[in-house]
Design a protein around this ligand. Structure first.
Ligand SMILES: Cc1cc2nc3c(=O)[nH]c(=O)nc-3n(C[C@H](O)[C@H](O)[C@H](O)COP(=O)(O)O)c2cc1C
Length: 367
């Protein structure tokens, strides 16, 4: 549990630069506000993760009436909530959007680390289960339930004799992760204040990892459009990853597309000329709204957010930087990426490149 919480949402780097953002955790957060909270639910209580002191604090002594799908003695829930006000202090009423994105990224982080630790994971978005998990301890205002995962130890192998029965395989049980996940997560960062990488290509191995990682993303229900400018052994162009496979949509340098999509307030939002490739995560907003109404907002961000964190980890595995950047125009992205009109939309833009060393210096935090 210590490793799970630390590598999912713990404090991993300390930046001492005056006026900077000093505390960096395992998951990216817009201007390091970290509005999400992680709470561990056990049959004997709800415990809040405190990353600064690397400890759990008891919120309430008994959480009863929870439907565990695994045996209660080997199963735990992790609940993700969000304090919108933390982010709203800087971002105003744009905060719920960032908080929903970050809750999804955190769900992806817990899922990734849990699967690397050999746990069986069942990520969930069902609103009733979420509310039941939160009811005994969540304050009535100021903190919003966002998502949860049920985690379980696989059954112990028998001591002798018969073959191991690890129980039925489920999608969450075979998630992609690099063998040295801890060092990859320690390395992961979003680059300097302005994303202006060295003009270096990404390797075909990175694209293969991306394909494998996205195929095991915990909640599915997204597609990933890749605008690749500079990849070894892969022609520049527009690729799409859908239902586990990457296929080419069109050939040619996508710089013009990137500079039209990646704009905020009429200006190009980062240096796409030296960025090797950019991933756009698209969701079926129309279908989600028809099915879930207002709750579609939370759900689509959870699924795509989990995938966005995987993109960041894949980049880190290959010594590169992934930058989640909301400076893009959704309507232009829908049009230029050929998304289904009035149905699909982009909710994450993640640029991948060889970030230059920033002016600041980050120290690793080791517990
Ligand atoms: C949901 C989300 C949105 C973000 N949007 C922007 C953005 O619009 N522009 C930008 O420069 N950085 C953006 N970032 C990057 C963060 O500011 C960056 O992750 C933060 O500095 C933490 O850095 P670290 O990941 O290196 O710890 C965003 C990050 C997240 C998670």
């Amino acid at each position: 549990m210590s490793a799970l919480l630390h590598y999912s949402y713990g404090l991993l780097q300390h930046d001492l630069t005056p006026g900077g953002w000093p505390l960096h955790r395992a998951v990216a957060s817009a201007r390091c506000r970290y509005p999400s909270e992680l709470t561990l639910i056990t049959p004997t209580g709800a415990l809040r993760f405190d990353p600064l002191h690397h400890q759990l604090t008891l919120l309430c002594a008994a959480v009863t009436g929870i439907q565990y799908t695994e045996h209660e003695s080997t199963s735990r829930f992790i609940v993700i909530t969000s304090r919108f006000a933390r982010t709203a202090r800087l971002y105003g009423d744009y905060a719920p959007r960032l908080c929903a994105q970050e809750a999804g990224m955190l769900l992806g982080a817990v899922h990734l680390v849990a699967s690397a630790l050999g746990l069986r994971t069942r990520p969930g978005q069902d609103q009733k289960t979420l509310n039941d998990l939160c009811a005994p301890w969540l304050p009535s205002a100021g903190e919003h339930p966002m998502g949860y995962l049920e985690l379980a130890r696989p059954p112990r192998p028998p001591k002798t004799g018969s073959p191991v029965d690890a129980g039925p395989q489920r999608p969450g049980d075979r998630a992609w992760h690099p063998p040295d996940l801890a060092s990859v997560l320690r390395f992961r960062h979003s680059g300097a204040a302005i994303f202006d990488p060295e003009p270096a290509p990404v390797t075909r191995e990175l694209i293969n990892d991306l394909e494998a990682a996205l195929a095991t993303a915990p909640l599915g229900d997204f597609s990933c459009h890749l605008l690749a400018r500079s990849v070894t052994d892969l022609a520049p162009g527009h690729y799409v990853h859908v239902e586990g496979r990457l296929r080419q949509v069109s050939e040619g340098d996508p710089l013009a597309l990137l500079e039209q999509i990646g704009q905020s307030e009429g200006r190009v939002s980062m240096n796409f000329r030296s960025t090797a490739c950019v991933a756009y995560l698209a969701v079926r907003r129309g279908a989600a709204v028809a099915r879930y109404g207002d709750d579609a907002f939370r759900r689509v961000h959870l699924g795509a957010g989990a995938a966005a964190h995987l993109v960041c980890v894949v980049a880190a595995r290959h010594g590169l930087t992934a930058r989640v950047h909301n400076g893009y125009d959704a309507a232009t992205a829908e049009r230029l990426l050929g998304l289904m009109p009035d149905e699909e939309t982009v909710i994450f833009q993640v640029a991948i490149g060889a970030a230059r060393p920033p002016a600041s210096f980050r120290l690793p935090v080791v517990f």
